[in-house]
Design a protein around this ligand. Sequence first.
Ligand code: FRU
Length: 680
Amino acid sequence: MFSDFYPHLVQGLAVAAALWFLPASCCHGADEPLFPNADFESGSLEGWTLTGDAFQFQPTKGDNPQVRGRESSAHEGEHWVGGFEKHTNSEGQPGGAFTDDAVGELISPEFTIRKPYLNFLIGGGNHPGQTGVKLQCDAQELDLATGGDSETMSPSSHDVSKLLGKKARLVVYDNVRGGWGHVNVDSFRASDKPLPGSMGEFALVPGIPASPGDDRRYDQPLRPQFHFTAGKNWLNDPNGMVFDGEKYHLFFQHNPLAPVWGNMTWGHATSPDMVHWTQHDHALLPYRVDRQAGTIFSGTAVVDHNNSLGVQQGEQKTLCAFFTFAVRPKFYQAMAYSTDDGATWKYWNEGRPVVPNQGFDDGERDPKVFWHEPSGRWVMVLWVKQNPGKVRFFTSKNLADWEHASDFDRDWAFECMDLAFLPVDGDKNNMKAVIYDASFDYEVGTFDGREFHSESGPHRAGGGNFYAAQSFNDMPDDRVVQIGWMRGGPNSAEKYGLPFNQQMSFPYELSLRRIGGDLKLFAQPIAEISSLVDDALVMQDVTIRDGENLLASQEPFDLVDAEIEFAPGTAERLSFQLSGASLEYDASTHRLLQQGVDEQGNAVEVVVFDDLKPRDGRVKLRFLIDRLTVESFAFDGERFFAAYYSPRSGDRSPVIRAEGGDVNVRKLEIRRLHSAWVDQ
Ligand code: FRU
């Protein structure tokens, strides 16, 4: 299962579902409870018969899963049956959880079928025939529905017109122990009509707000100040990165409800310079269609310059977002478009597949779409299988119909594939294609519009907490700039009481250089960082004597972009304490080490670079230090690494100290930066 590999996916496959309920008043006469306490609003199981122990703590009350940081239950009224919940009028706590290991049944009183539709809400495990609701009538058992592996309940409607006048019972059953071994139900009603959203038409999942809230603040002492964070709650991969001619769009994997992974939605921010970001309403929200509810996983966005899709309104170019619809049982690729510059979005063909599941992996995902000028086609790069990895290329003329063009089979390939074009050593007559995945394994070669032809690699770039990077589409001046998710680090909501969790890397500009007869990717912070520079401490050709601190007379630094070129000479170590971060170059092992922090908040020693030997006697390093992270670059970005640190409290006096011998600093420049949130 794909989720075994990625812990953030394991936090819950939020395959959420939708509910649109008509107000009770509108339905008088047309819609009535199936039998007394069919909506559990008595707060008890009065009238129902219980077997086994799965339902012993029912009904639950309120949106108990959401209190735990999970997806909303989307229940009606106050009480409902939530098989995993343990919070009743007399038992448990708000948010309290029971177990998936209990089994049993909940049997309704006998009732007469008086209306043509039997409607209810259902959620919980997706185990057809093992968890769900069945109808017993006329000595027959009709299986009605199972859940969608989501706590969110969805509308479920059944045409029972052929059974009118007959006596029947409902059985809510849970025969599964373990993963998603529970069922949620609410509001069994008799009606003249099916519930909206129950017969397959498109509906957004309820309970997921489109607004990021207008009470966002960016001035908390430990909020990153020049790295993008969601105003509130969880963020992971960058999505849909595109320059629209005026500004940069950054969409991102987001849980609008909690600081943990779940309810995947595309958050949205824009920037004039990739440094100063403003967050907007969420762009793409979980939905249901064809009786299946799912969430919005990663993907890309393009500006439809030639109106290929044919939906353009006036002069405003259409933005098209390609994403993975994470739905059970098989993910597929879908598209949404915006004709108003990203303010509102429509789901193409109601969010149905533009590229159906290819049949290799239920979790295929993360379409990268771009315009390929030489072939005059749109291209999609899609990861479709792991171990061994398979990536599939598709082409399209109109962005809606996609043809399979070729396969790229590589052991290394896994999720969040990207393809970008770069000149070799700046020579625009020698362009190469670079294909890479979430871990930044990459190959360099050429792309003919249908197929990738490899010339170099695989190599690996980046390291540490840098993951799932993507490059901007439609960059001016053919620049290739990417942003990655800084995956991991402690949950900053839990550990530091911040309203968000996780951050993006700073944007890096990529270049391709020939070194040692091979083609390698280099990454450097984008030049636009200069807009944040207040002033700089500059030193040249100074010798730090053994035991001496070069910065002894300096005030503490806060946000910095620091570059140093030094000759380690006879020294054993050169140690750095800048802002809250501590690093050390070990001249005997040629390693750069950092004091880092793991996901549990434990201090760990991180090897940033090994085999970092001086060249012509010198080592060249650059550090971007924000409130929670350090990004390190060696030899002009030939190597780079991103890592979290545990902010130091107490004495933050800066240190660059030589130990075991003297170090000659050829050049030091510590640029003090101000916050990128100043204008918020
Ligand atoms: C990478 C990833 C993607 C997926 C997304 C879900 O971090 O696993 O493959 O689309 O996260 O949030």
